[in-house]
Write a protein that binds this ligand. Structure first.
Ligand code: BTN
Length: 191
């Protein structure tokens, strides 16, 4: 899997959307800074160097009928990776990761569809890792791994874990889709 490391970009999702024709399946891109990070529902996603911001592109064997499984899989994989560092993480529908009623990570999936043909799906992950604090707007709703453990985390290591885990989970899903759904049900956050 090719990984492109950038120092600064508007949004890693937007980068993949602009370049999808030239990029191979499961190319990953990460950036230290995003100037126009995007969240779900047209919201801005504010990330800093202390967060892991990365996206991947899937452009093989993807159809309008299997499109909806990927956001779920992405949440399952991210939940598994982060659960190596901290317990009690939950998956909040559709694909946020929550820690004790605060958001630890979000996922933004965007697809490029023309004439009912899916050209690409882009999955972007924003993970709060090493932030010591958040601004007034976020402090009551967001948290980071650092805030819970007082430790700092290696972004590269977590990215590598995520790359591997997503590949494993995709294969597992193909073998038996029920495992993924059971996993989600076990960690589903209700509020
Ligand atoms: C959400 O919680 O609403 C989704 C947040 C997704 C943020 C990530 S950061 C990397 C990728 N690039 C973006 O512009 N957004 C996603």
């Amino acid at each position: 899997m090719k990984t492109i490391h950038l120092e600064s970009i508007d949004s890693t999702n937007s980068y993949l959307k602009r370049n999808y024709k030239e990029l191979s399946n499961f190319t990953w891109v990460t950036s230290e800074i995003q100037t126009h990070g995007k969240g779900r529902m047209n919201k801005t996603w504010i990330g800093s160097k202390d967060a892991l911001m990365c996206s991947t592109i899937i452009n093989h064997e993807i159809t309008t009928s299997n499109l909806s499984l990927y956001p779920l899989l992405a949440a399952v994989s991210l939940h598994k990776v982060l659960s190596k560092y901290i317990n009690h993480l939950m998956i909040k529908w559709p694909n946020d990761i929550y820690l004790k009623d605060k958001k630890l990570a979000g996922i933004l999936c965007e697809s490029i569809i023309e004439a009912n043909q899916v050209h690409a799906l882009i999955i972007g992950f924003g993970v709060n890792l090493n932030q010591k604090s958040f601004n007034d707007e976020l402090k009551d709703i967001a948290t980071s791994l650092y805030q819970y453990t007082n430790q700092t985390y290696d972004k590269e290591l977590i990215l590598n874990n995520l790359k591997n885990q997503l590949t494993i989970d995709l294969n597992a899903y193909i073998q038996n889709p029920l495992n993924t759904i059971d996993y989600c049900n076990n960690y589903h956050y209700l509020n």
